[in-house]
Ligand binder design. Sequence first.
Ligand SMILES: [Zn+2]
Length: 196
Amino acid sequence: MRGQGRLTVLLILDRDGVLNAESPERYVRRPAQWRWLPGSLVALGVFQEAGWRLAVATNQSGVGRGLMTGAALDAVHARMSAEAAARGVHFAAIRACPHAPWAGCTCRKPRPGLLLGLLDLLGERPEAALLIGDAIRDLTAARAAGVRAALVRTGKGATCEPEARQQGLATAGVFDDLLAASRALAVARRGAPGFG
Ligand SMILES: [Zn+2]
């Protein structure tokens, strides 16, 4: 019955192209380059208000490529967290893969390590989680982790939509942006059967 499901579920968000605009420099290397996408902070509030925990899982190979430091990445996330907190939005965890693609790590999406680490850290089951991303590698990582996934058309999303549909990766749907996803998924998810 609606409203009797488990109220706390986990939303795993990709960062660039979902929460914030991708940087013209390819990587967001400094806090000053952080730009929220329109409606994304509001969307986080919608999910949180509906009982979701919020987590971020992001590939940041700029660190492994030597283009930015881990400290700079932390500073970017400090700004992101502070601006979210100013709107009452709290991230339960923020996890980044800092490795270069050639490093062969297990955390860089499309591998599932980053997502599995978040589930373990936060004590959530894959079935209780949902990923929202803008790239095939986000959705592929979700599938490998046993997590449902939605694609947003911001960032790389519009370009990826045909392939995502062809591969059946967007198991929770395709939405124009995070705000549209929140309106469709935040409340529907809360009362959905199978999440008790
Ligand atoms: Zn990694």
